[in-house]
Design a protein around this ligand. Sequence first.
Ligand code: FCA
Length: 334
Amino acid sequence: MKTIRKTLAVAALAGTALLSASAHAFFGNDDDTLKLGYLVKQPEEPWFQTEWSFAEKAGEKYGFEVIKMAVPDGEKTLNAIDTLAASGAKGFVICTPDPKLGPAIMAKAKSYGLKVVTVDDQFLNAKGKPMTDVPLVMMAASQIGQRQGQELYKEMQKRGWNPADSAVMAITADELDTARRRVDGSISALKEAGFPADQIYRVPTKTNDIPGALDAANSLLVQYPNVKHWLVVGMNDNTVLGGIRATEGQGFDAQNVIGIGINGVDAVNELAKSKPTGFYGSLLPSPDVHGFKSIESLYKWVKDGVEPNKYVEVTDVVLITRDNYKAELKKKGL
Ligand code: FCA
């Protein structure tokens, strides 16, 4: 409860200009506990809530305080860094709302002497190139995407679909590198397995959430009224869920749709539904490892001067479906 109150208070403070006095009072700067921030772009995704909760586990283990902040846009991100500095924090982990904010975030962090570790989404510099000098913890995007394609193909074969009247709906978000790599990986695995390349259709989503993906999917579905069976590809659970909702809206039976998401923790409500939907399953990577390791490496950097690895790629992934999701989540302590 204490942490929930603190998160809300920080979120409320982040928008105001006169932060430092109240932040000092609020955080009680006289105590010596080390404070580290954990800033996420989409706190509504269980993925990021899981990262937060495992960051707090690291905090309990090493005795530092985690200041959790929601940073849905650039302005809130820069304000959050001011708030953190005012609170006496020594650094932060961040999943940025926009990779192009990288240089601005780094400039502000440096002006306060704060150390930065990125998680999930890599910063881009002014030329649009990855900022490889900033430490990054992320999932093995291409590999996990390939697995999505392989599992979709496997399930399609199990259902005995005729490829001739089947198609792939790939909802893309190419400006986000991890998303592009996941979707490209998935499409290349489908082609490799033998899915007809000219029946794989891409459509970009405007926003990385269910409504955005739903709109994108609807616009695609109306263009191909003769397709009987759809495979749904997307960079995460919400994207694929948007695709599934669109097929439902246009009258497709769950049996004729297969979607496999990525994130796992964001798919729990869907998999728990009393009747199966077109959302067959999700690839569950390791939000627990991302949350714990990223802030652990930041802590060791601040505390002992040990520089984090520049690039930590987390590869483990498991397919969860209605049949095994409870057991698999439990195994990971989720
Ligand atoms: C991106 C996505 C999130 C999650 C994360 C690992 O940030 O937006 O949903 O998949 O990568």
